[in-house]
Design a protein around this ligand. Structure first.
Ligand code: UDP
Length: 234
């Protein structure tokens, strides 16, 4: 597989064309940003962890019947994926109160949420990914009703699968963000699943095992990313 022109560089990943127009190569970086790009830094080894963890998560989800963009791990930092068109909607799933949700509604971080909450954000960095609902998605034509229905069904399934999966690794799945893309007209799971995109707390101690260590300057950032990968692979 030939790595050709870079078509996109985001905060944490680069995407390259290949000699097959249905396949892209994703290259994971160590760059870290938070608070809509205001805080910047490097987490040494993060790209490797996020690449390998995403691969493991996508393979696990595929086995359980979820279609994803993932095809093959190519190297420490690179994966081969299906060339999807990312839908400009970020899907956030909340099982436990944390982050912006705690702030917005004045709730205490760590409180178990009685029913799983889905939130949608308009994927637009300039606007700071504003929260939107189904009506905004239809009116702005970010996705059709059929596409959003598929996203919701898949997202609930993914949450059920991931909650059990992480529990077996001694991890509480607090919240996470998903992105979906279009491939041959079908909505499939894309982007990444990593400590950058999930809040993961140790089941026994509630220690934060995710990007909040960087966001909130909690220390042991690099070590924590390695620890999560070790638990996923163990
Ligand atoms: N998240 C993400 N990318 C974003 C915003 C959020 O991956 O652009 C993830 C974040 O890591 C957390 C979940 O989505 O696991 C919920 O994030 P929240 O809305 O609480 O925002 P934050 O507190 O991260 O600003």
């Amino acid at each position: 597989m030939k790595k050709l022109d870079m078509i996109y560089e985001g905060k944490a990943k680069k995407v390259f064309k290949t000699d097959n127009d249905k396949k892209y190569i994703v290259d994971y970086k160590d760059d870290a940003t938070a608070f809509n790009g205001v805080k910047k830094g490097t987490i040494v080894g993060k790209g490797v962890v996020n690449n390998k963890m995403s691969a493991a998560m996508f393979l696990m989800l595929e086995e359980k019947g979820i279609r994803t963009h993932f095809l093959e791990l190519l190297s420490d930092r690179e994966s081969l994926v299906r060339a999807v068109k990312i839908l400009p909607v970020e899907v956030i799933v909340r099982n436990v109160v944390a982050g912006s949700f705690a702030k917005r509604l004045g709730l205490e971080e760590g409180t178990e949420i009685k029913e799983t909450i889905l939130e949608f954000c308009y994927k637009n960095d300039e606007l700071g990914d504003p929260i939107i609902n189904d009506y905004h998605i239809y009116a702005l034509e970010l996705a059709t009703r059929e596409q959003l229905d598929k996203i919701k069904t898949d997202t609930f399934k993914i949450n059920d699968i991931m909650k059990v999966y992480f529990k077996e690794k001694g991890i509480r799945l607090v919240d996470f963000k998903l992105e979906f893309g279009l491939y041959d007209g079908e909505v499939i799971l894309a982007d990444e699943i990593s400590p950058d995109t999930c809040r993961l707390w140790d089941l026994a101690t509630n220690k934060k095992l995710d990007k909040d260590r960087f966001r909130r300057d909690l220390g042991e950032v690099e070590e924590t990313y390695q620890e999560v990968l070790k638990r996923i692979q163990g």
